[in-house]
Design a protein around this ligand. Sequence first.
Ligand SMILES: [Zn+2]
Length: 42
Amino acid sequence: MIENVVEFFRNLPPKKCTECGETLSEQHECYGTECEKCAAIK
Ligand SMILES: [Zn+2]
């Protein structure tokens, strides 16, 4: 069971910006669901 959970998180798709669809790194998590550029526009 534990291995399945690890596999689940490993296979999660990377977060994408809801505005432009650009893949977000985990460093951008504080910007919510938008990339740095789109977050700066608003
Ligand atoms: Zn964006």
